[in-house]
Design a protein around this ligand. Structure first.
Ligand code: SF4
Length: 394
């Protein structure tokens, strides 16, 4: 029997960083649309480490069988999940293994056949965020080039039909609306439609505000209830990059469709081994991967991954604080996992560790500060996960 480790924050970070309960695994890097700001439009990624392909069922099955710690898998990163021909089998097997799947990274949902619609309800896909930047086809197709608004709405109705048949509240549906100058006037209508379709309206800032910039700031602020209406405003106020995804390296490592470990979702240039061939733990323990973590925590200024990232300068000047990372990991565990799942992770540590975490969690509860870091880094994700957890516990 393995000796239990004593509690300290380094052990906590190291443990979760090498035995994650969650990973992000791109189910497909194929996409049928050509959105102007998407790195994957017109397969611009084909010559990067991402390449073109889809997650095969045999690999997915092997991964789940070899990694019983994994409880949650996010399926969307660069491509359209619904173009994966093995998706139904993937859903069925994850349900059998009691592993929760989500598509929060966004789906354009232009393609959905009847059988897949039924499978996502039957096998309990937990959450689905649909990218719909407009409330009419005329506006929608300005950005979602090659897509069709009416087809997307039809597919949402199809999902709702099966939710009704199976009396299921899953998947929780989100209407992701990237706010731009050409679609801002349709926000009120989109909100109404989202409500009617039993979707949570989820507005999002455009990461490149020079593309179709917002025209009426006051109107948009009033409509969506957020103060920082551009990524630049957000960064100025929070002193953090708007798209800060670095915590992912520990909490939900990104894996490409072919099993290559990427670490974070913006990585286009380097892999850290293949988890399908070498195993997840071995890849996460590689020296080069550890150097990425060291860089993010300010222990070194060099690594093979981050030097060309838009967040590089910020991280170099303001490395992640260990305190924030610990807080993020604890809050993410609490948001994502049931008490028994948390206990299973904590059982790998000595009693002192468990007690310490309990105290931290209870204190946060009393002070009402749960999720403060998760909320700051990714408010949308926080609310989505929180809602899923509440629904799961009902
Ligand atoms: S700084 Fe590194 S870990 Fe963070 S998002 Fe950029 S490439 Fe990823």
């Amino acid at each position: 029997m393995k000796a239990k480790k004593k509690f300290n924050y380094k052990n906590l970070i190291d443990y979760v960083g090498t035995h994650p309960y969650k990973v992000s695994m791109d189910a497909s890097t194929f996409c049928q649309l050509n959105c102007p700001l998407c790195p994957n439009g017109k397969y611009r990624l084909k010559d990067t480490v991402i390449g073109r392909g889809y997650l095969k069922f045999e690999n997915f099955k092997k991964f789940l069988d070899q990694n019983p710690n994994i409880r949650i898998i996010e399926l969307a990163n660069y491509g359209e999940v619904f173009l994966n021909p093995d998706l139904r089998k993937i859903l069925e097997y994850s349900n059998k293994k009691d592993v929760r799947l989500t598509i929060f990274g966004g789906a354009n949902l232009n393609e959905l056949d009847e059988k897949t619609a039924e499978a996502i309800i039957k096998y309990k896909l937990r959450g689905l965020s649909v990218s719909i930047d407009g409330a009419t086809n005329k506006t929608y197709k300005i950005y979602r080039k090659g897509g069709n608004f009416n087809r997307v709405i039809k597919n949402i109705k199809l999902i709702n039909k099966y939710k009704k048949i199976y009396h299921s509240e899953f998947p929780l549906l989100f209407w992701q609306f990237v706010i731009m100058g050409h679609n801002e006037h349709e926000i009120p209508l989109a909100k109404k439609m989202a409500h009617k379709l039993n979707m949570t309206f989820s507005p999002k800032l455009n990461w490149d505000s020079s593309f179709s910039p917002i025209k009426n700031l006051d109107f948009v602020k009033k409509q969506v209830g957020i103060e920082n209406i551009s990524a630049e405003d957000f960064e100025k106020e929070n002193k953090l990059p708007y798209l800060l995804t670095c915590f992912q390296v520990w909490e939900s490592p990104q894996i490409n469709w072919n099993g290559e470990l990427l670490g974070c979702c913006v990585n286009l240039k380097k892999n850290f081994g293949n988890v399908f061939e070498e195993g997840l733990e071995k890849c996460l323990n590689k020296e080069e991967y550890k150097k990425v973590k060291d860089f993010l925590l300010g222990k070194t200024n060099m690594n093979v991954l981050c030097s060309t990232c838009s967040a590089y300068k910020t991280i170099l000047e303001n490395p992640l604080k260990k305190r924030d990372l610990v807080q993020y990991i604890i809050n993410a565990m609490k948001t994502n996992l049931s008490n028994s799942e948390i206990k299973k992770i904590l059982d790998n540590f000595s009693f002192a560790f468990y007690q310490n975490i309990r105290i931290r969690i209870d204190t946060q509860k009393i002070l009402g500060k749960i999720g403060i870091v998760v909320k700051r880094i990714s408010p949308r994700l926080y609310f989505k996960l929180k809602k899923i957890k509440e629904q799961t516990e009902k």
